[in-house]
Write a protein that binds this ligand. Structure first.
Ligand code: SF4
Ligand code: SF4
Length: 196
């Protein structure tokens, strides 16, 4: 896929500097060899592939980047960072882009945002994942964001997998809280401070 940048598309070169500063990655060093894209396990579901996304950042294409689905598809596996001849890691870049997208009112992918939200709420409340609570919150948020179609998508497979995990003793019925909740609380406070 070629990237088309029309004249009407706003260019914001302060954006690429902001991404570099926030992620700590030297985005300018990318010379578009595409080794990151070739190794990325989720590139096939991204609208812009990892190397394309970096090129768009270099070109200051803020709206295209922050409005893309790609930034929500990265699973932070770090494959790109190990393959890149310039040692550029996409995982922190994607983290920075997701934060910027949420701060700038760009719409996240509903189901992926719901999963992030449910996971973080679980950890904040209990210090660990309570699987039944996570699934319940994930499904509720998905329903609110994407409507009934989102709720029922994959429901059969979810029930089958959930039942299997339950009978293997992988799901606890009663939520358990870890002892050092004070440390978890500090982590959340620090994250909120850093976000500014
Ligand atoms: S592997 Fe590195 S240099 Fe090559 S396209 Fe990806 S980020 Fe750029
Ligand atoms: S860290 Fe993200 S962008 Fe990089 S290879 Fe993994 S999924 Fe792809």
């Amino acid at each position: 896929m070629t990237i088309s940048i029309s004249e009407s598309t706003g260019t914001d070169l302060t954006f690429r500097d902001a991404v570099r500063e926030r992620s700590g990655e030297d985005i300018h060093a990318c010379f578009y060899c595409q080794k990151c894209t070739i190794g990325c396990p989720t590139a096939f579901v991204m609208d812009y592939k990892p190397a394309q996304l970096l090129r768009l950042i270099q070109l200051g294409q803020k709206d295209k980047v922050l409005g893309s689905s790609a930034i929500w598809m990265c699973v932070a596996c770090e494959t790109c960072g190990t393959r890149c001849p310039n040692h550029i890691r996409l995982a922190p870049v994607m983290d920075a882009l997701r934060q910027m997208a949420l701060a700038g009112d760009y719409k996240p992918e509903p189901a992926i945002y719901a999963l992030h939200r449910a996971f973080l709420d679980n950890i904040k409340l209990l210090g660990r994942v309570y699987e039944l609570g996570l699934v319940a919150e994930f499904k509720t948020l998905s329903l609110l964001a994407g409507g009934p179609a989102t709720l029922f998508r994959g429901l059969g497979a979810d029930i089958k997998m959930g039942t299997g995990l339950f009978f293997k003793g992988k799901f606890g019925i009663v939520p358990e809280r870890i002892k050092r909740m004070d440390e978890v609380k500090k982590l959340y406070e620090e994250a909120v401070r850093e976000r500014g």
